[in-house]
Write a protein that binds this ligand. Structure first.
Ligand SMILES: Cc1cc2nc3c(=O)[nH]c(=O)nc-3n(C[C@H](O)[C@H](O)[C@H](O)COP(=O)(O)O)c2cc1C
Length: 381
């Protein structure tokens, strides 16, 4: 008998029966009190929500005093802002500030008409950050160097075209004295360019429609290992998805070791009944370290979801199937999953994705979709 069961049954072995009776009496009394108090608390909570709802001040007070539902998000956002500042000061590997600034410069470069001087708001901080990133990457054979090719080439193009300005000229001189990042991809296009539109999209509307109809959430898989190359190929496509300022604030954490898959698959609520059948679990993790402002905190979900959709299609075209699984924002589950994933304080779960070869005998839900008229409105017609 486990210790818990022993306590429920009247006390652990070896304890006096009197003690067991007391424990049992107290736990029953406590449960009875809880049962009586719970409906009253629920009523009080309903009243408080009713009163606080219309006022933003009272809503904040409600969530500060009566509910911790956003506690983890608050901590995550603050941890992210701290990490953003740290990574801007010491950019090792990927820096969100550098990526966003590079993106902003590219938009300045492709502007029509292009202004003679642009980027004054951030060019100094950008050159500072780039210089530090270059120093920190020096001698390290890592992705940091490849990551620096993009800012390097965009900065070079910027300084080539920008008109003389007292705030730009000294930076241009500083930049020209910097070494080129090594390990770049000589074939990669890292500055704005004109797309070749002489050939049509390689995929027709009907093909995409067929793929969309073919993809279904699959919950029954063959017990066959999935080659990692297939998952990697899908993630490569996911990485091509749009993201705000091209920051790509997400990571795909893939579990294909059966022991880990079991643990991860059994953590969220949404897999009950089929968790033990899943061959691969992918956890989509958002990184709030990509933002310096709270206003951007939802971008991890938007960008993470866009990339995930591409991933699902990329799995599908390779003969694999998938099912998205909700990452519940329930403190106890969050804590369990965050612990299991070893998440940093600024990292938030976006969703989980079960993947594998579909079992031809397994059924899928029909999941009828809303008709076009129900989800589309032009102007205010
Ligand atoms: C964000 C998200 C969370 C989901 N969570 C679960 C889940 O926890 N368990 C589950 O079985 N399916 C889950 N699904 C799958 C949906 O039930 C499914 O996408 C929906 O019914 C439409 O079916 P379809 O994907 O076949 O078009 C989730 C889907 C999304 C996009």
């Amino acid at each position: 008998m486990s210790e818990n069961n022993a306590i429920k049954a009247g006390g652990p072995a070896g304890e006096s029966p009197g003690h067991g009776v007391n424990l049992s009496f107290f736990s029953r009394a406590l449960a009875a009190v809880r049962r009586r108090v719970r409906p009253r608390l629920a009523t009080a909570d309903r009243c408080l929500r009713h009163i606080a709802g219309p006022s933003s001040f009272l809503s904040s007070l409600y969530y500060a005093l009566f509910s911790r539902a956003f506690g983890r998000e608050h901590r995550g956002v603050l941890a992210g802002r701290k990490r953003f500042a740290e990574e801007t000061a010491r950019p090792r590997g990927s820096s969100a500030f550098l990526r966003r600034s590079t993106h902003r410069l590219e938009k300045g470069l492709l502007m029509r008409p292009r202004r003679p001087v642009f980027g004054l708001d951030f060019i100094r901080e950008m050159v500072d950050c780039y210089e530090r990133a270059l120093e920190l990457a020096a001698g390290r054979d890592c992705c940091g160097d490849a990551e620096l090719q993009w800012p390097h080439e965009v900065l070079a193009e910027y300084f080539k075209v920008v008109a003389s300005h007292p705030r730009v000229d000294p930076l241009k001189e500083r930049f020209s004295a910097l070494p080129m990042p090594t390990n770049g991809d000589a074939r990669a296009t890292c500055v704005p360019y004109r797309r070749d539109l002489s050939t049509a999209s390689p995929i027709s509307y009907d093909e995409l429609l067929q793929l969309s109809i073919h993809r279904r959430s699959v919950r029954w898989f063959q017990q066959r290992a999935v080659p990692r190359e297939m998952i990697d190929k899908a993630i490569k496509i996911a990485a091509l998805s749009p993201s705000a300022c091209n920051r790509q604030p997400f990571e795909f954490r893939v579990f294909d070791d059966p022991g880990w898959v079991r643990k991860v698959a059994n953590s969220p609520y949404g897999t009950s009944g089929y968790a033990d059948n899943i061959p691969v679990m992918i956890v989509v993790v958002g990184q709030l370290r990509c933002y310096s402002e709270e206003r951007d905190r939802h971008l991890i979900y938007i960008d993470g979801a866009l990339a995930s959709m591409s991933l699902l299609y990329a799995l599908e075209v390779q003969g694999l199937s998938s099912c998205c699984i909700n990452w519940p924002d329930v403190e106890e589950r969050e804590r369990e999953l965050a612990g299991l994933m070893n998440l940093d304080p600024d990292e938030r779960g976006i969703m989980l994705i079960a993947a594998g070869y579909p079992d031809p005998e397994g059924m899928v839900a029909s999941s009828r979709k809303k008709p076009l008229d129900a989800i589309r409105r032009y102007n205010f017609e």
